[in-house]
Design a binder for this molecule. Structure first.
Ligand code: G16
Length: 539
């Protein structure tokens, strides 16, 4: 039986950079999740004939949310749902299933790299038929709808058993529970040379992959251990748990402590990697060696010809604005079209669909290609392993070789977290006001070349987006300021620093950026406005 439930709107359901992300307890408020899903359905309009992919990263409230979603979809006339077994699908796997089955959209219940559990975060990522997350023009409509919502429809029925593969029905809606891993593995086999990778492991190559007890465990066990032959135990924290076993599934130098301890020990394996909660972010490590995500994108681009799927050529490459300029030098050397977009994977989608780019990446530990319309953590790991297999070099040798060839973009991101939203907004507004007065000004040895807001004009849909403030210095250094779009409470100011050096490639990034950090603090008056003398997280 279909029930119509009367509800009252919440006024905070505006999506950020990676969908709607809230504290789990906020998401669990009465009708909160349901209001938002109904707002999406209302925005789409007629749902008859529509097919959606559904999954999540296994975090707390996933089970309840998926059951509610199924019942609401059936009540709203959706024709079919394709659901990952036990409700599990990584974000890249979901994008693949969406595109492969030419469905009308996909839902991943995940707050990505944010912690899970009752006291953690929950989130909803919504992709449309492009396979990528919806553009702002649509999320704005959903937000408007959510502010006016007065009722939602839901099927009054028992929960669906998601542990069994196969088809069933709820009302007129078909439900197909699929293997969460199978299609993804097939896609990877079609991109990379798996025989070369098997040989690498046969020859004794060792790795550790940290899945943070989130969604990538089953994917990583299947691919690295079962198919490629990495030693049993190469994948750690492989069991998806509702609270991720208390881990913060953010693959970076601050949160991947267990993996970092392994990789920094004298008995470190040859290679280390981690993915985030929903499997779209990645971190790459060598023995006692860290690869910055910006360098990773540049290196993958430089070696694209080694990968079967790309060996006949790629369209071009793109990075997000705050990502270092390293990849731009590679693009130039290979004569590849090169684009810079605002932060948010969705901005790459138009460039991929219009065949302007094949590879892209972001400083926030995301790299990917047009095989899907999301960033892809395991893909990045397989790409690195392929470079190692084909060149015979270690992670460190590959990276140092890159710096020798192109120079090095010393790069770090400083996050000032938990700021009062009003204070953070004012800091950015005032900084934008004074940007033009900075032109030509000197701060110690740094002279401002040009200071300006980053404005992106999409060549495909002609939309214009402003996100981030840039201060370029003479000599190639730069500061980018922007506010995070993925937090669940308060504001986070991100300060991205880059110092390019053609000759000096062996220095410590922190030392190389210390003076620029003081300049960045001074320009934005960070301490006097926020009370923070230093960043909370440095990645
Ligand atoms: C999301 C987007 C990414 C983006 C990131 C930025 O990542 O999908 O494209 O780089 O947010 O985060 P922030 O706005 O906090 O800097 P994810 O992995 O959280 O979905």
């Amino acid at each position: 039986m279909i029930k119509t439930i009367k509800t009252t709107p919440y006024d905070d359901q505006k999506m950020g950079t990676g969908g709607l992300r809230k504290k789990t307890k906020v998401m669990m408020q009465e009708n909160y999740f349901e209001n938002f899903i109904q707002s999406i359905f209302n925005t789409i309009g007629d749902l008859s004939g529509k097919v959606f992919v559904v999954g999540g990263d296994g975090r707390y409230y996933n089970d309840k949310a998926i059951q509610q979603f199924i019942k609401m979809a059936a009540a709203n006339n959706v024709a079919k749902l394709i659901i990952g077994q036990n409700g599990l699908l990584s974000t890249p796997a979901s994008s693949n299933i969406l595109l492969k089955n030419k469905t009308d959209g996909g839902f991943v219940f995940s707050a990505s790299h944010n912690p899970g559990g009752l006291n953690g975060d929950f989130g909803i990522k919504y992709a449309n038929e492009t396979g990528g997350q919806i553009p702002t023009s649509i999320s704005d409509k959903i937000y408007e709808n959510s502010k006016k919502i007065s009722e939602y429809k839901i099927y009054d029925a028992p929960d669906i058993d998601l542990s069994k593969l196969g088809k069933s029905k709820l009302g007129n809606m078909e439900i197909e529970v699929i293997d969460s891993v199978k299609d993804y593995v097939e896609m990877m086999e079609n991109i990379f040379d798996f025989e070369a990778l098997k040989k690498l492991f046969r020859n004794g190559f060792t790795m550790k992959f940290d899945a943070f007890n989130a969604v990538t465990g089953p994917y990583a066990i299947k691919i690295f251990e079962e198919i490629l032959g990495a030693k049993k135990g190469s994948v750690i924290n492989s069991n998806p748990l509702p609270d991720f076993g208390g881990k913060h599934p953010d693959p970076n130098m601050t949160y991947a402590t267990e993996l970092l301890a392994i990789m920094n020990s004298d008995s470190a394996p040859d290679f280390g990697a981690a993915n985030d909660g929903d499997g779209d972010r990645n971190m790459i490590l060598g023995k006692k060696f860290f690869v910055s995500p910006s360098d990773s994108l540049a290196i993958l681009t430089d070696y694209y010809q080694l990968i079967p799927a790309y060996k006949n050529g790629i369209y071009g490459v793109a990075k997000s604005c705050p990502t270092s300029t390293a990849v731009s030098r590679v693009a130039k050397a290979h004569n590849l079209p090169y684009y810079e977009v605002p932060t948010g994977w969705k901005y790459f989608v138009n460039l991929m669909d219009s065949k302007r780019i094949t590879l892209c990446g972001e400083e926030s530990f995301g790299t990917g290609s047009s095989h899907i319309r999301e960033k892809d953590g395991i893909w990045a790991v397989l790409f690195w392993l392929s470079i190692i297999a084909k060149t015979g070099m270690s992670v460190e040798q590959i990276t140092r070789d890159h710096w020798k060839k192109y120079g090095r973009s010393y790069y770090l991101r400083f996050d000032f977290e938990g700021l009062d939203t009003k204070v953070a907004d004012k800091l950015m507004a005032d900084l934008e006001e004074k940007l033009s007065s900075l032109n030509g000004k000197t701060f110690g040895s740094y002279q401002v070349d040009k200071a300006y807001p980053f404005i992106y004009n999409d060549p495909v849909d002609k939309s214009s987006t402003k996100n981030g403030l840039i201060v370029d210095f003479i000599g190639g250094s730069r500061i980018v300021y922007r506010l995070s779009g993925t937090g669940s409470s308060g504001a986070t100011l991100r300060v991205y620093l880059e110092n390019y050096d053609k000759e000096k490639i062996d220095n410590n990034p922190r030392q190389m950026l210390e003076t620029l950090l003081s300049v960045a603090m001074e320009i934005a008056e960070i301490t006097s406005r926020t009370g923070k003398k230093e960043a909370d997280v440095v990645t």
